[in-house]
Design a protein around this ligand. Structure first.
Ligand code: ADP
Ligand code: MG
Length: 260
């Protein structure tokens, strides 16, 4: 079934919560190798909003994203997409939820080398047996500036162009929420800025919901809100982050830790 390509524009983002963690705890290993990657984290990700998850390396950012997206099981507490509690789902239902309701963008673009750009973009829909909505597809291809590159294979594209394909792929099914883990980590700063601009446009102009993991204050400044993790705990949050206010929070936290 294809959906109409109605756009939600401007600040009238649809109200509500797209995803929610409640006292989410994730423990890896046991005994001497036991690591508490997330320690009772509660956070909501607003619908139609662009949220950045910030924090130093090892603070639990990827773990939080993986638990929220049904890629990893929680040890305690709850992870919800919309009203769906993920811990209640078996593997088959989790796979379907990821396919139908979530879009992913990873640091390593994860494209299929044998497929061209357009085939990569529509692959998740093809797997799900869904017909792409042509109007929507044209719009996202135009938005990410790939119109002249659709027949190119990933090896014939620059890193920035490959990540644009990955963003278009994440948007193709109009998912309820897109999770991006360090999406600019492998890109030069100009290509990175382009990708961040597309993610922001997909929220502002297309009404999408994006949650992005990053440790880069400049990347976080593209978001509407930044939440901060440290040692597996949610420590802080910042509305309308700028590179300066984010850096300031990070410095403040460093000082707090040092004087502890
Ligand atoms: P970040 O994305 O913020 O760099 P991660 O979420 O990847 O941090 O990791 C948080 C903590 O959990 C780290 O101490 C890391 O070593 C640990 N961790 C992450 N994944 C695993 C795993 N699969 N097995 C064991 N420990 C893990
Ligand atoms: Mg990570």
């Amino acid at each position: 079934m294809s959906q109409p390509a109605t756009l939600t524009t401007g600040p009238r983002a649809p109200a509500g919560v797209a995803a929610r963690a409640t006292e989410l705890t994730k423990v890896y290993g046991e005994g001497e190798t036991r690591v508490v990657a997330l320690d009772s984290v509660s956070v909501e990700f607003g619908r139609g909003r662009f949220t950045a998850i910030m924090g130093p390396s090892g603070s639990g950012k990827s773990t939080l994203m993986h638990c929220m997206a049904g890629l990893d099981a929680v040890s305690a507490g709850s992870a919800r997409i919309g009203d769906t509690e993920l811990s209640g789902l078996d593997d088959r239902r989790l796979t379907r939820l990821r396919r139908e309701r979530i879009g992913f963008v990873f640091q390593a673009f994860n494209l299929m080398p044998t497929l061209n750009a357009l085939e990569n973009i529509t692959l998740p829909l093809d797997i799900a047996g869904r017909t792409p909505n042509q109007e929507w597809l044209d719009l996202i291809v135009r938005t990410v500036g790939l119109s002249g590159r659709l027949r190119h294979r990933p090896s014939q594209l620059s890193g920035g162009q490959q990540q644009r394909v990955a963003v278009a792929r994440a948007l193709a099914s109009r998912p309820e929420i897109i999770f991006a883990d360090e999406p600019t980590g492998n890109l030069d700063s100009r290509s990175g800025a382009e990708i961040l601009g597309f993610l922001r446009d997909s929220v502002r102009e297309l009404g999408q919901t994006v949650v992005m993991v990053t440790h880069d204050p400049v990347a976080a400044s593209y978001a509407d809100r930044a939440v901060f993790l440290a040692d597996g705990q949610l420590t802080d949050e910042l509305p309308a982050p700028t590179p300066e206010t984010v850096l300031d929070r990070m410095r403040h936290f460093d000082t707090t830790v040092r004087t502890d």
